[in-house]
Design a protein around this ligand. Structure first.
Ligand SMILES: [Zn+2]
Ligand SMILES: [Zn+2]
Length: 197
Protein backbone atom coordinates (compact mmCIF):
# COMPACT_ATOMS: atom_id res chain seq x y z
CA UNK A 1 0.00 0.00 0.00
CA UNK A 2 1.38 3.33 -1.02
CA UNK A 3 1.12 5.91 1.69
CA UNK A 4 3.05 8.71 0.04
CA UNK A 5 1.41 11.99 0.84
CA UNK A 6 0.82 14.06 -2.30
CA UNK A 7 2.34 17.53 -2.39
CA UNK A 8 -1.08 19.19 -2.36
CA UNK A 9 -4.47 17.77 -1.45
CA UNK A 10 -5.54 18.66 -4.99
CA UNK A 11 -2.91 16.33 -6.42
CA UNK A 12 -4.11 12.76 -6.62
CA UNK A 13 -1.90 9.71 -6.83
CA UNK A 14 -2.61 7.82 -10.05
CA UNK A 15 -1.20 4.67 -8.46
CA UNK A 16 -4.39 4.50 -6.37
CA UNK A 17 -5.99 2.87 -9.39
CA UNK A 18 -2.93 2.25 -11.57
CA UNK A 19 -3.11 0.80 -15.06
CA UNK A 20 -5.79 -1.72 -14.36
CA UNK A 21 -8.82 -0.68 -16.39
CA UNK A 22 -11.98 -1.04 -14.36
CA UNK A 23 -10.36 -0.36 -11.02
CA UNK A 24 -12.13 2.43 -9.21
CA UNK A 25 -11.46 4.45 -6.15
CA UNK A 26 -13.65 6.97 -4.39
CA UNK A 27 -12.29 9.73 -2.23
CA UNK A 28 -13.98 12.34 -0.11
CA UNK A 29 -11.81 15.06 1.25
CA UNK A 30 -11.47 18.72 2.07
CA UNK A 31 -8.85 20.93 0.49
CA UNK A 32 -7.96 24.59 0.69
CA UNK A 33 -8.76 26.65 -2.39
CA UNK A 34 -5.77 27.58 -4.52
CA UNK A 35 -4.84 31.18 -5.24
CA UNK A 36 -6.79 33.18 -7.85
CA UNK A 37 -9.79 30.93 -7.63
CA UNK A 38 -12.35 33.31 -9.05
CA UNK A 39 -12.79 36.56 -10.92
CA UNK A 40 -12.22 40.20 -9.99
CA UNK A 41 -15.65 40.45 -8.39
CA UNK A 42 -16.16 37.06 -6.76
CA UNK A 43 -14.15 33.96 -5.91
CA UNK A 44 -13.28 31.35 -3.34
CA UNK A 45 -10.66 32.91 -1.07
CA UNK A 46 -7.30 31.20 -1.08
CA UNK A 47 -7.09 28.54 1.59
CA UNK A 48 -10.84 28.40 2.22
CA UNK A 49 -11.92 24.81 2.50
CA UNK A 50 -13.67 23.10 -0.38
CA UNK A 51 -15.41 19.77 -0.06
CA UNK A 52 -14.58 17.31 -2.77
CA UNK A 53 -16.02 13.98 -3.75
CA UNK A 54 -13.85 12.34 -6.38
CA UNK A 55 -14.04 9.05 -8.21
CA UNK A 56 -10.90 7.84 -9.95
CA UNK A 57 -11.44 5.19 -12.56
CA UNK A 58 -8.67 3.43 -14.42
CA UNK A 59 -9.45 3.33 -18.12
CA UNK A 60 -7.40 2.19 -21.07
CA UNK A 61 -5.69 5.50 -21.77
CA UNK A 62 -5.42 6.88 -18.30
CA UNK A 63 -7.50 7.77 -15.31
CA UNK A 64 -10.97 9.21 -15.60
CA UNK A 65 -11.67 11.59 -12.75
CA UNK A 66 -15.27 12.47 -11.96
CA UNK A 67 -16.35 14.52 -9.02
CA UNK A 68 -18.19 17.25 -7.26
CA UNK A 69 -16.81 20.28 -5.53
CA UNK A 70 -18.61 22.54 -3.13
CA UNK A 71 -17.28 25.72 -1.65
CA UNK A 72 -18.33 29.22 -0.69
CA UNK A 73 -17.36 32.07 -2.95
CA UNK A 74 -17.07 35.56 -1.51
CA UNK A 75 -17.64 38.77 -3.33
CA UNK A 76 -19.48 42.06 -3.23
CA UNK A 77 -22.96 42.88 -4.49
CA UNK A 78 -22.59 45.07 -7.57
CA UNK A 79 -25.62 47.13 -6.49
CA UNK A 80 -25.25 47.71 -2.75
CA UNK A 81 -21.62 46.64 -2.30
CA UNK A 82 -22.56 44.32 0.57
CA UNK A 83 -20.44 41.25 1.05
CA UNK A 84 -21.89 38.11 -0.45
CA UNK A 85 -21.33 34.50 0.46
CA UNK A 86 -22.32 32.46 -2.53
CA UNK A 87 -22.47 28.67 -2.22
CA UNK A 88 -20.92 27.03 -5.23
CA UNK A 89 -21.45 23.43 -6.11
CA UNK A 90 -20.45 21.93 -9.39
CA UNK A 91 -19.41 18.69 -11.02
CA UNK A 92 -16.43 17.92 -13.20
CA UNK A 93 -15.10 15.09 -15.28
CA UNK A 94 -11.72 14.85 -16.90
CA UNK A 95 -9.60 12.16 -18.45
CA UNK A 96 -5.98 12.24 -17.37
CA UNK A 97 -3.90 10.45 -19.96
CA UNK A 98 -0.78 8.38 -19.30
CA UNK A 99 2.12 10.17 -21.02
CA UNK A 100 2.93 7.18 -23.25
CA UNK A 101 -0.70 7.05 -24.38
CA UNK A 102 -0.78 10.75 -25.20
CA UNK A 103 0.15 10.39 -28.87
CA UNK A 104 -2.55 7.81 -29.47
CA UNK A 105 -5.05 9.86 -27.52
CA UNK A 106 -4.27 12.90 -29.61
CA UNK A 107 -4.93 10.99 -32.83
CA UNK A 108 -8.22 9.65 -31.57
CA UNK A 109 -9.20 12.99 -30.14
CA UNK A 110 -7.86 15.11 -33.00
CA UNK A 111 -11.17 16.89 -33.54
CA UNK A 112 -11.37 18.06 -30.00
CA UNK A 113 -9.72 21.36 -29.16
CA UNK A 114 -10.10 20.78 -25.46
CA UNK A 115 -7.08 21.11 -23.31
CA UNK A 116 -5.52 17.76 -22.59
CA UNK A 117 -4.56 16.68 -19.14
CA UNK A 118 -1.75 14.26 -18.49
CA UNK A 119 -0.62 12.14 -15.63
CA UNK A 120 2.83 13.35 -14.68
CA UNK A 121 5.01 11.29 -12.37
CA UNK A 122 1.91 9.34 -11.38
CA UNK A 123 0.27 12.55 -10.30
CA UNK A 124 -3.10 13.93 -11.24
CA UNK A 125 -3.38 17.66 -10.69
CA UNK A 126 -7.00 18.58 -10.09
CA UNK A 127 -6.41 22.30 -9.74
CA UNK A 128 -6.86 23.33 -13.40
CA UNK A 129 -9.87 21.05 -13.72
CA UNK A 130 -11.51 22.53 -10.64
CA UNK A 131 -10.76 26.04 -11.83
CA UNK A 132 -12.40 25.33 -15.19
CA UNK A 133 -15.42 23.85 -13.41
CA UNK A 134 -15.93 26.56 -10.81
CA UNK A 135 -14.78 29.91 -12.17
CA UNK A 136 -16.92 30.05 -15.35
CA UNK A 137 -19.98 29.33 -13.19
CA UNK A 138 -19.47 32.34 -10.98
CA UNK A 139 -21.81 35.26 -11.73
CA UNK A 140 -20.38 38.17 -13.74
CA UNK A 141 -22.49 40.62 -11.75
CA UNK A 142 -23.05 39.11 -8.32
CA UNK A 143 -25.98 40.51 -6.35
CA UNK A 144 -26.89 39.90 -2.71
CA UNK A 145 -30.39 39.05 -3.93
CA UNK A 146 -32.21 39.43 -7.23
CA UNK A 147 -34.28 42.42 -6.10
CA UNK A 148 -31.52 44.23 -4.23
CA UNK A 149 -32.54 47.91 -4.39
CA UNK A 150 -28.93 49.08 -4.38
CA UNK A 151 -27.78 52.51 -3.33
CA UNK A 152 -29.44 55.92 -3.60
CA UNK A 153 -28.16 57.57 -6.75
CA UNK A 154 -28.09 60.94 -4.99
CA UNK A 155 -26.51 60.30 -1.62
CA UNK A 156 -25.27 56.70 -1.76
CA UNK A 157 -27.43 55.54 1.16
CA UNK A 158 -28.40 51.86 1.23
CA UNK A 159 -32.02 51.76 0.09
CA UNK A 160 -32.45 48.43 1.83
CA UNK A 161 -31.93 50.06 5.22
CA UNK A 162 -34.32 52.87 4.44
CA UNK A 163 -36.98 51.90 1.88
CA UNK A 164 -38.86 55.21 2.33
CA UNK A 165 -35.72 57.09 1.51
CA UNK A 166 -36.20 59.88 -0.97
CA UNK A 167 -35.04 63.39 -1.55
CA UNK A 168 -37.29 66.44 -1.91
CA UNK A 169 -36.50 67.23 -5.44
CA UNK A 170 -37.72 70.50 -6.82
CA UNK A 171 -37.32 71.07 -10.49
CA UNK A 172 -35.61 74.45 -10.88
CA UNK A 173 -38.43 75.62 -13.23
CA UNK A 174 -41.10 74.84 -10.62
CA UNK A 175 -39.00 76.53 -7.97
CA UNK A 176 -39.09 79.71 -10.05
CA UNK A 177 -42.89 79.52 -10.38
CA UNK A 178 -43.33 78.96 -6.68
CA UNK A 179 -41.43 82.12 -6.00
CA UNK A 180 -43.83 84.04 -8.26
CA UNK A 181 -47.02 82.49 -6.96
CA UNK A 182 -47.88 84.90 -4.16
CA UNK A 183 -47.87 87.79 -6.63
CA UNK A 184 -49.94 86.31 -9.46
CA UNK A 185 -52.49 84.21 -7.66
CA UNK A 186 -54.21 84.85 -4.39
CA UNK A 187 -56.95 82.26 -4.17
CA UNK A 188 -60.24 83.42 -2.63
CA UNK A 189 -59.57 87.14 -2.88
CA UNK A 190 -62.35 87.84 -5.39
CA UNK A 191 -64.87 85.71 -3.52
CA UNK A 192 -64.19 87.45 -0.30
CA UNK A 193 -64.79 90.76 -1.94
CA UNK A 194 -68.13 89.56 -3.37
CA UNK A 195 -69.29 88.35 0.03
CA UNK A 196 -68.50 91.64 1.57
CA UNK A 197 -70.57 93.41 -1.07
ZN1 LIG B 1 -27.16 44.14 -2.78
ZN1 LIG C 1 -30.35 59.54 -0.86
Amino acid sequence: MDRNTPASPLVLDAKEVGRRPGVMRELNFTAGAPADFGTDVIGVPEGQSMDLGVRMESVHEGVLVTGTVSATAKGACVRCLDEIDLPVETTFQELFVWPDRAKHHREVDAESDEEEHFIEDDRIDLEPVLRDAVVPNLPFQPVCREDCPGLCSQCGARLEDDPEHHHEQIDPRWAALEALQPLVDRPGTENDEEKRN
